[in-house]
Structure formats: C-alpha cells, structure tokens
Design a binder for this molecule. Structure first.
Ligand SMILES: *Cc1c(COP(=O)(O)O)cnc(C)c1O
Length: 443
C-alpha cells in the first residue's frame, strides 16, 4: 500500500487476479450480512476489502481501488492517518468508554469546547450521539421541547425542503425529500411534516412566507442542509437562500436548524457551511447545528447536536421535566471523541482547506469535458464535491465499469460524483476524474 501522496497510475491493479478465490471469511459471512439500500438478490456481491491506506482500498485479490467517495464523505484525511491511529491507541489504553450519565471524560469535554469555538455565534452547547440520524432526531426533540419549556403550545411540526436528506430513522425520514425519502412506502408510520421548496427565487420565497404566515404557530423549526443538499442529489444553493431562511424564521419566531452532517468539516471549502466565509460574509447563524460524518474523519461513529445559548436557556430550569429527554448509550464515546479531537488537530496543523481549494480547481477543470457528453445534464463543483448529473443512468453497469478502471465511485439517483479525501494525491485525483470522463464517454 502507499502513503496518501504517492502511487501513480502504473501502480494500480498490482497483482490483479493474483488470487481468484475470495478469502474464507468472505465465503463464511457474505450470505449472513444484509447490506444497506441493496436488493440482495440482484445486486452485484460486495467487494472483499482487506486493507485501506490514504485514498486506496485494497481488495482481497490484491487489486487497489482509488477511493472517490471517502466512505460516505467521512474519511477527510484519508484512511489510517497516523495521528488519528496514535490518538486512538493512547485512548484505548486509558479509557475506551464510560457513559455520560453523571460522568464526563477529557476527550468529550475537549471536543465540546473545540466544537463550540469552531462554530459561529453562540452555538456552544454540545449534545453527543452516535449517528447523524440520531443527531437530527435530537435537534428535532430539542426544538419541540424548546417551545414546551418556553410555555408555548402546539409547535410540533417542521418545515424541511425538497431535495433534502436528514437520515434513515422514522423521525428523520419524514423530513427527507418525499420521493427520495420513501414517504409513500412508510405512510402511516411517519409523522407528517411540511416539505417546501427552498427559497431560491421570488416565487419560492413568497410561497415560504405565505406558508409561515398561515401555519407558523404549528412550526417548531425549519430544517435545512446549508449550501449543499447531499444524499438528496448533491444539489447546490447559495448563501442568499440561507439568509432568506434566517429572516423568515426570525419573522415567525421559529428555530432554524442547519444539518451540517455532510457539509461540516471542510467539504464545501470552509470548516462549516454556516461559517461567514462560506456564506460570503452573510453570517447566517442557525439556532441548532447537527454534525456527524467527517467528525471522526471516518474512523468511529459519532455525531453532535449543538445548541445556541437561546435554545439551551429554555432547558435551564428548576423543573426536572425541562431537561432534554434523550440519552444514547454510547453518547460521547471516548474513543470516538479522541478520534474527533485528533481530526481537529489535523485541520489546525495541516493546510486542509487549501487542499480543498486545490481539489475544487482540479475537479472544475477535469470534469468540464463531461459537459459535452451525450446525456449529461449538468456538471457542478463546490469545494471537494464534484458532480456530473445525467438524464438517465444504469447504476449497476457504471459501478462495474468504475471498478474495472481501478476506482471506487458510487453513482446514485442520476448523478456520478466525487467526494475524495482532502489529502488525495494529484495523480490519484486525476485517475478519478479521468475514469469518470472515460466511462461516461463510452457508456
Ligand atoms: C448522512 C446524513 C445524515 C444521517 O447520518 P447517519 O450517520 O447516516 O445516520 C443526516 N443528514 C445529512 C445531511 C447526512 O448527509
């Protein structure tokens, strides 16, 4: 295997076909594992992975794939980063986990303080959980209980947006895009929420204003992925949309929740999308933020819901029923918090955001040739996110082609996209973009 910065095209597919037999663990376990969003009968079987390093995934037969996805956008410093590995090894010796029920440890305390310092405004109270979906559930409970604790009745609904994705649990599915989120399939199970169009123009802004004027007093919060709607299709919007949402929320006294589980930790070019730099200095500060995915740089499950002073103050009371009624067993897991702290060290010590800018420049140039290809509807790039949108797509065929090209790229919906590690080497990035241009030219 190679370090994050070396390894060129010639070293790819080394030892390809060295061993055609899958390893014994694969044969023994494959028929017992249920994979995510997968038709188990018809889908290609999963690739057996034996090792990761930098931006490379090594398969059991010795082939190496260049990773274009960074394991669902999490592995921002590449795999097996030595600084994170060392922090985890140290933490494993001292204190792998204690519950946060009545106890606190150094890693959670340090991480909470660092997240508070990193976020704008007075977003400074951190509630830890173990997955992004749960962090969003917590944000929604926080918002509903904020109103109850404030003595306001009837504010239990959320406004969320078409194209949005906020998780797979029951509460969060209901605030996903109605089609992508499979509202129909789970009708009767899901609470009914209000799904609107993002206020991108005058028509959609007026529609949102009317909605809030009519139903504002039922609404606890407005929930949005700032700047990029990720799993709903990698759809971009600009900071003006966020400023409109902030203004609309303020007019109706509604809480504004930014789901930064995808956008957080550098992906769009700023540490968080609600950073004033990312929003063109507009300074759009939400009342609650959710973080996850790259929080531990793709090593361990951890998520966080961060509340502003105003929100936290509604829970600060002599009444025990005003406490936030949530508490995941593994919240604030010390190993996960140690990984997150080590990841933040790397953001401080190494020029990650410059690397994101370099990736953005590379993606912009290298994906541009896709524009002219038949069936390509749009090519868009923001930060370390490159997207080619097609009019229709044979996902299974494309996935197989990409593996043949020595890259791991997972199209979904009607898009082919790249969200590489920020540490990816120039040559590997060129292999990824080259593979996309080649595969889309010859499909
Ligand atoms: C991935 C994601 C989630 C859900 O996180 P999980 O860890 O998969 O539960 C929620 N919101 C956004 C914006 C995401 O990208």
């Amino acid at each position: 295997m190679h370090g994050p910065h070396d390894g060129g095209p010639n070293e790819l597919l080394k030892g390809g076909g060295a061993s055609a037999e899958p390893p014994p663990w694969y044969g023994a376990g494959c028929s017992h594992v249920w994979l995510p969003y997968t038709q188990m009968k018809t889908s290609a079987p999963p690739l057996p992975v034996v090792r990761t390093q930098g931006s490379r995934i090594e398969l059991a037969d010795g082939r190496e794939l260049i990773d274009g996805v960074a394991s669902w956008w999490t592995a921002c410093h590449g795999y097996n980063h030595p600084h994170i590995r060392a922090a985890l090894a140290r933490q494993l010796e001292i204190l792998p986990h204690v519950m946060l029920g009545g106890l606190l440890h150094e890693q959670a305390a340090r991480l909470a303080a660092r997240l508070a310092a990193l976020l704008p405004g007075d977003l400074d109270r951190v509630f830890f959980s173990d997955s992004g979906s749960v962090a969003v559930e917590v944000a929604m409970k926080m918002a509903v209980q904020y109103w109850i604790n404030s003595g306001v009745r009837g504010r239990k609904k959320f406004v969320a947006f078409r194209g949005g994705y906020h998780g797979d649990t029951t509460g969060t599915m209901a605030v996903c895009d109605p089609d992508e989120g499979m509202h129909r399939l789970f009708k009767g199970l899901l609470p009914e929420q209000i799904i609107a169009d993002l206020p991108r123009d005058e028509t959609s802004s007026d529609a949102l204003d009317r909605l809030l004027a009519e139903r504002g007093d039922e609404i606890a919060g407005i929930l949005v992925e700032p700047l990029v709607q990720g799993a709903g299709g990698m759809l971009f919007h600009d900071a003006a949309v966020l400023a409109r949402l902030r203004a609309a929320a303020d007019r109706s006294g509604i809480l504004l929740i930014f789901d930064e589980i995808f956008t957080g930790f550098g992906r769009t070019g700023a540490m968080v999308a609600c950073d004033s730099a990312a929003t063109g200095g507009a300074g759009v500060v939400p009342d609650i933020v959710t973080l996850g995915k790259a929080l531990t740089a793709g090593t361990l499950p951890l998520a966080a819901t961060v509340a502003s002073k105003k929100v936290f103050d509604a829970f600060w009371s002599d009444d025990p029923m005003h406490a936030l009624m949530h508490g995941p067993t593994f919240m604030g897991n010390a190993l996960a918090c140690a990984a997150a702290n080590a990841s933040l060290d790397l953001f401080e010590r190494e020029p990650r955001l410059d690397q994101v800018r370099a990736i953005e420049a590379h993606l912009t140039t290298a994906l541009a040739p896709c524009r002219g290809l038949p069936g390509v509807v749009d090519v868009r790039v923001r930060g370390a996110i490159g997207v080619v949108e097609l009019d229709r797509i044979d996902i299974a065929a494309l996935k197989a082609r990409f593996v043949q090209e020595g890259v791991y790229v997972r199209p979904f919906g009607r898009i082919v996209y790249l969200t590489p590690a920020f540490t990816i080497g120039e040559a590997d990035l060129a292999r990824l973009t080259g593979a996309i241009v080649k595969v889309l030219s010859t499909r």
